[in-house]
Ligand binder design. Structure first.
Ligand code: NAD
Ligand code: UDP
Length: 334
């Protein structure tokens, strides 16, 4: 089976490429390299033995994408490409709607033109908004109470995909709602490497540990959680990548939606402690006020993915921290 990964040089796409190649899938990558580096391709080759064919093409470049599909003859697209910085999406909403939503419409039009009818989409737990409960299941209503344009783009794209599948009965759509991806490949060669100042907890912890950011600002310690700090479901990126492989194997007509999470919540302070334990270093932090739009506690109910895809997350927070530190050490050695 030949698979195109849009955004495949990015954090989650590159890990997924490796897991797919390991199982013998033919993988090609299309990315505009806005938030990733071309050198990732060599690292994928070093780990998997195969360097995927690469196209530097933007989702907004319809002609460029048409050429990719004319050459490619793909069976399936895994659509990772998108902008993902929540804070920036509040400041530049049009950029986010154009890139993520218009980009996906262009991709779907191109797929239709070239007879490619299978797509897996990178969605997010953010589409659930505030449900008033911590444990989230796929059948909950989505799209209410989303607090930023990034999250809106994920919800809108999900709705577009549902409409396309309704109109084109042979379309096979799988929507994967990721919880909080963390960790790196155990080889230390690839991991999260944002071009900009990150907003997510784990890349900030990484930059505090390397001294690029002075200290972690913990957004609130007065939530009704285990220690007052926010609780999320952190999933190791290698487990997440394997979730995509499981989804590829179980594509079916219509729309299938799965949470990819561990089912377990971890607080910000527990993450800090786990990082300190793995690194043997203190991580400087201060408690500051709550971040607008944040929820106290969120974690996946992963039962549907287990039942239908035969997939469960196996790695722990300790694994994620050890792999991240290994990755940081490898970066330093260069
Ligand atoms: P990433 O930024 O590392 O990877 C995304 C890739 O898409 C980048 O390589 C970027 O250059 C590329 N890209 C962006 N816009 C493009 C365009 N117009 N044309 C071509 N390429 C483009 O991000 P990631 O963490 O690997 O996330 C992958 C997907 O998963 C994204 O859609 C993201 O929204 C989604 N997601 C991520 C998280 C997370 O916390 N990392 C959580 C939930 C969902
Ligand atoms: N967080 C924090 N300081 C930061 C970034 C995040 O305390 O600099 C907290 C945040 O309030 C939340 C958790 O870490 O409780 C995860 O935040 P992230 O932005 O990574 O994921 P999301 O909130 O989108 O699930």
């Amino acid at each position: 089976m030949k698979i195109l990964l849009t955004g495949g040089t990015g954090f989650i796409g590159s890990h997924t490429a490796i897991e797919l190649i390991k199982l013998g899938y033919e993988v090609e990558i299309m990315d505009n390299l806005f938030n990733s580096k071309i050198t990732v391709l060599d690292k994928i080759e070093k780990i998997s033995g195969v360097k995927p064919k690469f196209y530097k093409v933007d989702l907004l470049d319809k002609e460029g994408m048409d050429d990719v599909f004319s050459e490619g003859q793909y069976d399936l697209v895994i659509h990772f490409a998108g902008l993902k910085a929540v804070g920036e999406s509040v400041e530049k909403p049009l950029k986010y709607y154009e890139n993520n939503v218009c980009g996906t419409i262009n991709l779907l039009e191109c797929m239709k033109k070239h007879g490619v009818k299978k797509i897996i989409f990178s969605s997010s737990a953010t589409v659930y908004g505030d449900q008033g409960v911590a444990e989230l299941t796929e059948d909950m209503q989505t799209g209410v109470g989303i607090t930023n344009p990034y999250g809106e783009t994920k919800h809108i794209i999900e709705e577009i995909l549902k409409d396309v599948a309704e109109a084109e009965p042979e379309f096979e759509v799988t929507i994967l709602r990721y919880f909080n991806p963390v960790g790196s490949h155990p080889s230390g060669l690839i991991g999260e490497d944002p071009n900009d100042i990150p907003n997510n907890l784990m890349p900030i912890i990484m930059k505090v540990s390397t001294g690029e950011i002075e200290k972690l600002r913990i957004f609130g310690d007065d939530y009704d959680t285990v220690d007052g700090t926010g609780v999320r479901d952190y999933i190791h990126v290698v487990d997440l990548a394997k979730g995509h492989v499981a989804a590829v194997n179980k594509m079916k007509p219509g729309v299938s939606i799965y949470n990819l999470g561990t089912g377990k919540g971890t607080s910000v302070l527990e993450m800090v402690t786990a990082f300190e334990k793995a690194s043997g270093k203190k991580l400087p932090y201060e408690i500051v006020g709550r971040r607008a739009g944040d929820l106290a506690e969120v974690y996946a109910n992963p039962d549907k993915a287990k039942k239908d895809l035969g997939w469960t997350a196996e790695l722990t927070i300790e694994d994620a921290m050890n792999d991240t530190i290994n990755y940081l050490n490898c970066l330093e050695e260069k």
